[in-house]
Design a protein around this ligand. Structure first.
Ligand SMILES: *[C@@H]1O[C@H](CO)[C@@H](O)[C@H](O)[C@H]1NC(C)=O
Ligand SMILES: *[C@@H]1O[C@H](CO)[C@@H](O)[C@H](O)[C@H]1NC(C)=O
Ligand SMILES: *[C@@H]1O[C@H](CO)[C@@H](O)[C@H](O)[C@H]1NC(C)=O
Ligand SMILES: *[C@@H]1O[C@H](CO)[C@@H](O)[C@H](O)[C@H]1NC(C)=O
Ligand SMILES: *[C@@H]1O[C@H](CO)[C@@H](O)[C@H](O)[C@H]1NC(C)=O
Ligand SMILES: *[C@@H]1O[C@H](CO)[C@@H](O)[C@H](O)[C@H]1NC(C)=O
Ligand SMILES: *[C@@H]1O[C@H](CO)[C@@H](O)[C@H](O)[C@H]1NC(C)=O
Ligand SMILES: *[C@@H]1O[C@H](CO)[C@@H](O)[C@H](O)[C@H]1NC(C)=O
Length: 708
C-alpha cells in the first residue's frame, strides 16, 4: 500500500545527482567497498572550529598514513551536536567504534519521504482568535525535498524582517531568493534548495503557507489554501532528492536548524523503525529537544499492518494520517446512460457528451501475455498498444492503471477489491475511476451486452465525507517495536487528499510522462498529516486534548484538535533528564550518562499516554506515575474520571483530585491499572480524563500482549 501514497520516490526515474559540488563524495580507488558511517562523539567543544578539527584528527588516526581524513570525511556536525559522517571500511568502522571518545557509530541509510479544507475541518477556521504577532515570530523548519520559493503560498507582503532570534541564512543556491516569509534555505543534496518533487513545497505550505484564495488542482478541491500558522516564517532544509533522503544529510539539517533558531521542526521522512542509536531522525530530534525545539514526524505509510510505525522515539510527536470531511470522487458514464460513482482524482476535462470505446483487458492483451488472469487484470506488459489506443480499458484489479497509461489508453476503470481498502485517491497521469466490485460488475455486464461498448470518465467532483475522521489504511500502526511501552503514533491529523502548494516543474502524478504543471496539487500520506500538527506551536510539551475513538495503535491519543490545544488546561512536561532516565532503563546510555543505580522503567516516562506490554495468560497490575503542570486557570481543581469497560481492566487514580493554586504548578499522581489474564494477541484500552469543567485532558491507557 505504501507505494500508492505520494511518497517522493513514486514512479521516478533515478536521476544521477551532481553531488560532488556540495561535498567530497568519492575519491578514487581507496574508497571502494567503503560505506558512509555516522560517528557520534561526546559534547560539543568550544567553537565550531575545534570540534571540526577533532573530527579530522580522530579520523586521521584511524585511517593511518594510507588515506586522507579530508577525503574520507563526508560531513562534520559542529553547530548543535558533535558528530561526523565519513566513508569507512568495515575494519575502520570497528576501530572507530571502539574508541572511548566515540559514543556510537551507525551506517548512513537512505530514507523515503513518506491539503484548503483540512484546517476548517479541524475547527481552526479563520474566525478563531489568533495572535499573529506572536505567530509571526514562530519559525518552522521544514526538512524535506526543498521548496518552490516563488509559490504564492510563500509571498511576504505584510511581513516585517525575520525575528531577531533567527541566525540562519538563505543558501538555497543560485536563482533562489528568500523573503520575509521564507526566511531561510539550506541544501544538503544537489546544488539548489529548489523543490523539484513538490513534496517539500506541499508540506511547508500545509504548515505555514499564507492564505491563498481560489487555489485548486485544475479546478478541483477549489478553496482557500492556507497553512496552520499562516503568519509563521519558514526555513527550508533540503535533504531529499529523487532517490531518497540520506541519514548523513538529515543530521546535517538538524545540526543547522537547531543552531539557526527554528521553533519547531517538521519532517515527513522515514522508513521502518530503527533502534534510537541508529535512527538519524531520533538522534537529530533528541538534540532539538535539548534546545526546547519540538520535532513533528510522520508515522509512516506502511499500514495497515501492526508494528509498522517508523517514528518511535518519545521526544518526537508522531503523526498518523486521517481523512477529512471531503472526498474526491470520479464518475463513469456508460453508453447505455448509466452513471457509476468511483474513486479517483481526475483533473482531465473531457468534451461534454463525448464517449470513448471501452475494452476489457482480456480482449486487449498481447499474444505474449499467456495468463488470462493477468490479462484481465491488465498485468504488466499485458496490454497491446494498438488495441487500447484511444480507448478506456477496464481492468479487474485496483492498481493497474499504469499498464493502461503505458499502453496508450485514454483512461482506465479499475476494481477496488476489499484487500486494498482504497480509502484515498492519488493524482494519476490518466483519467481513472476505481469502482467497487458491484459497480465494476455493472460495467462488465454492459461490456457483454453490446457490440460497441462506449463510455467516459468525468472530471472529478468533491463530495462530503460524513465518516471522517478515519485513519487511512496506509497510515503506519503501532505497537512500537523499539519502546513497547510508549504509544505510537501519538496523534492523527488530516493526511488524505490534501490540497497544498506544489512544485510546477514536478509532474503532479510523479510520472515523468505526465506533462501537466500545477502550482497546487493533491497529495495523501502521513507526510501530509505531519505539518498539520507541526503548524501550531506546542512549545515542546505534549498536550492531550483530543477526541476519543477506537484503535489507539492507529491514531494514538486521537484526532488532533488545534483549537483546544491552544488552551489545554494541563500538560505533561518531559525534560531531557526524564528521557535519559528512560533510555537508561532500556540499557541505552548513548544520549547521556546513566546513574549507577537505575530506577524505574519506560512506562514511568511522563508521557501523556500510558501503554504497557504485559505477558499473555497472567493477571497484571501496573502503575504509571505521572506529573501534570497547570497551564489553565491559576486557581483550579481537576477531577479525574476513568472511562473503562470493567470486564477488560480496572483503573484507579491516586489522588483522584488535583487542586492548583497557581499557574505552572505541578502535581503528581499514579494510575494503577489491573486486569485478569489476557490472551495473545490482545489489546485492551481505557482513558483517564482530568477535567476542571473548562478543560478536558484525556489520556489513552493501552494494555496489550503481542506485537502481532
Ligand atoms: C530561475 O528559476 C525559475 C524557476 O525554475 C526559472 O523560471 C527561471 O528561468 C530561472 N532563472 C534563471 C536566471 O535561471
Ligand atoms: C545499529 O547498527 C549497527 C550497524 O549496522 C548494528 O550492528 C547494531 O546492531 C544496530 N543496533 C541496534 C540496537 O539495532
Ligand atoms: C497487437 O494487436 C495487433 C492487432 O490485432 C496484432 O497485429 C499484434 O500482433 C499484437 N501485438 C502483440 C504484441 O500482441
Ligand atoms: C461476460 O461474458 C463472458 C464470456 O461470455 C463471461 O465469462 C462473463 O461472466 C460475462 N460477464 C458478465 C459480468 O456478465
Ligand atoms: C503558477 O504560478 C505562476 C507564478 O509563480 C504563474 O505565473 C502561473 O500562471 C501559475 N499557474 C497557474 C495555472 O495558475
Ligand atoms: C514557549 O514557552 C516559553 C516558556 O514558557 C515562552 O517563553 C515562549 O514564548 C513559548 N513559545 C511559544 C512559541 O509560544
Ligand atoms: C479558589 O477557588 C476556591 C474554590 O472555588 C475559592 O474558595 C477561593 O476563594 C479561590 N481563591 C482565589 C484566590 O481565587
Ligand atoms: C474490576 O473490579 C471489579 C470489582 O472489584 C471486578 O468484579 C472485576 O472483575 C474487575 N475487572 C478486571 C478485568 O479485573
Amino acid at each position: 500500500m505504501a507505494a500508492a501514497c505520494s511518497y517522493i520516490s513514486h514512479c521516478r526515474i533515478l536521476v544521477v545527482l551532481i553531488v560532488a559540488a556540495v561535498h567530497v563524495f568519492c575519491c578514487g580507488a581507496s574508497d571502494e567497498g567503503k560505506d558512509v558511517y555516522i560517528v557520534r562523539m561526546g559534547s560539543l567543544l568550544e567553537g565550531e572550529y575545534s570540534t571540526a578539527s577533532l573530527h579530522l584528527s580522530v579520523l586521521q588516526e584511524v585511517l593511518g598514513e594510507s588515506s586522507s581524513a579530508t577525503g574520507s570525511l563526508v560531513r562534520s556536525y559542529t553547530r548543535s551536536f558533535n558528530a561526523f559522517a565519513a566513508r569507512l571500511s568495515d575494519e575502520e568502522h570497528q576501530i572507530i567504534a571502539s574508541r572511548k571518545e566515540v559514543v556510537s557509530v551507525f551506517p548512513s541509510r537512505t530514507l523515503q519521504l513518506q491539503t484548503t479544507r483540512s484546517w476548517d475541518f479541524m475547527g481552526l477556521t479563520e474566525t478563531v482568535k489568533r495572535n499573529p504577532t506572536v505567530e509571526s515570530d514562530v519559525i518552522v523548519g521544514v526538512i524535506d525535498s526543498g521548496i518552490w520559493p516563488e509559490s504564492e503560498s510563500f509571498r511576504d507582503s505584510g511581513y516585517g524582517p525575520p525575528p531577531a532570534k533567527w541566525k540562519g541564512t538563505c543558501a538555497g543556491g543560485s536563482n533562489f531568493t528568500c523573503n520575509n516569509k521564507l526566511i531561510g534555505a539550506r541544501v544538503y543534496t544537489g546544488t539548489s534548495a529548489r523543490d523539484n518533487e513538490g513534496h517539500g513545497t506541499h508540506t511547508a505550505s500545509t504548515a505555514a503557507g499564507i492564505k491563498v484564495s481560489g487555489a485548486s488542482f485544475f479546478g478541483l478541491a477549489e478553496g482557500k489554501a492556507r497553512g496552520g500558522v499562516p503568519s509563521a516564517r519558514i526555513a527550508a532544509y533540503k535533504v531529499c532528492s529523487e532517490d531518497g533522503c540520506r541519514d548523513q544529510d538529515i543530521l546535517a539539517a538538524f545540526d543547522d536548524a537547531i543552531a539557526d533558531g527554528v521553533d519547531l521542526i517538521t519532517i515527513s521522512v522515514g522508513g521502518v523503525s530503527r533502534a534510537f542509536e541508529n535512527d538519524s531522525v531520533a538522534i537529530g530530534s533528541f538534540h532539538a529537544m535539548e534546545k526546547g525545539i519540538l520535532t513533528v514526524h510522520a508515522a509512516g505509510n506502511k499500514g495497515p499492518s501492526s508494528s509498522t510505525v517508523g517514528s518511535v522515539a518519545p521526544w518526537l510527536l508522531s503523526t498518523a494520517a486521517s481523512s477529512t470531511d471531503r472526498k474526491i470522487i470520479d464518475k463513469v458514464v456508460l453508453g447505455n446512460g448509466k452513471t457509476l460513482t468511483g474513486n479517483g482524482i481526475n483533473s482531465f476535462t473531457q468534451i461534454k457528451g463525448k464517449k470513448f470505446p471501452l475494452i476489457h483487458g482480456e480482449d486487449a492483451s498481447t499474444t505474449s501475455c499467456a495468463n488470462p488472469i493477468l490479462a484481465r487484470a491488465c498485468g504488466v506488459g499485458c496490454l497491446n498498444g494498438s488495441l487500447v489506443k484511444g480507448k478506456i480499458v477496464v481492468c479487474d484489479s485496483a492498481d493497474r492503471w499504469g499498464e493502461a497509461f503505458r499502453a496508450g489508453a485514454v483512461g482506465s476503470i479499475t476494481l477496488d477489491n476489499i484487500e486494498t481498502m482504497q480509502d484515498f485517491n492519488y493524482v494519476l497521469p490518466l483519467p481513472t475511476s476505481t469502482l467497487t466490485a458491484h459497480r465494476h460488475h455493472v460495467v462488465k455486464s454492459y461490456l457483454n451486452s453490446t457490440e460497441k461498448p462506449q463510455g467516459n470518465i468525468l472530471k472529478s467532483e468533491v463530495m462530503r465525507n460524513s465518516a471522517a475522521p478515519v485513519v487511512a489504511s496506509f497510515s503506519s500502526r503501532g505497537p512500537n517495536l523499539i519502546a513497547p511501552d510508549i504509544l505510537k503514533p501519538d496523534i492523527a491529523a488530516p493526511g488524505i487528499e490534501i490540497l497544498a502548494a506544489y512544485s510546477p516543474v514536478s509532474p503532479p502524478s510523479g510520472n515523468p510522462k505526465d506533462k501537466r504543471s500545477a502550482n497546487y496539487s493533491i497529495m495523501s500520506g502521513t507526510s501530509m498529516s505531519c505539518p498539520h500538527v507541526a503548524a501550531w506551536p506546542m512549545n515542546a510539551t505534549k498536550q492531550v486534548e483530543y477526541e476519543y475513538g477506537e484503535g489507539e495503535f492507529a491514531f494514538g491519543a486521537g484526532h488532533v484538535n488545534p483549537v483546544k490545544a491552544i488552551d489545554p488546561g494541563l500538560v505533561y512536561e518531559t525534560s531531557k533528564d526524564d528521557y535519559i532516565k528512560m533510555l537508561c532503563s532500556m540499557q541505552l546510555s548513548f544520549f547521556g550518562t546513566c546513574p549507577s543505580e537505575i530506577k524505574g522503567s519506560v512506562k514511568d516516562l511522563n508521557y501523556p499516554s500510558m501503554q504497557v506490554l504485559v505477558e499473555a495468560g497472567k493477571s497484571f497490575t501496573v502503575e504509571f506515575p505521572r506529573t501534570v503542570t497547570n497551564v489553565g486557570l491559576a486557581n483550579s481543581t481537576f477531577v479525574s474520571k476513568v472511562i473503562t469497560d470493567h470486564s477488560q481492566m480496572n483503573v484507579s487514580v491516586k489522588p483522584s483530585i488535583l487542586s492548583f493554586k497557581s499557574l505552572k504548578e505541578k502535581k503528581s499522581f499514579v494510575v494503577i491499572v489491573s486486569g485478569k489474564a489476557l490472551p495473545s494477541p490482545k489489546r485492551v484500552s481505557a482513558a483517564l480524563v482530568w477535567s476542571d469543567r473548562t478543560h478536558i485532558v484525556r489520556s489513552p491507557i493501552v494494555v496489550y500482549t503481542s506485537f502481532l
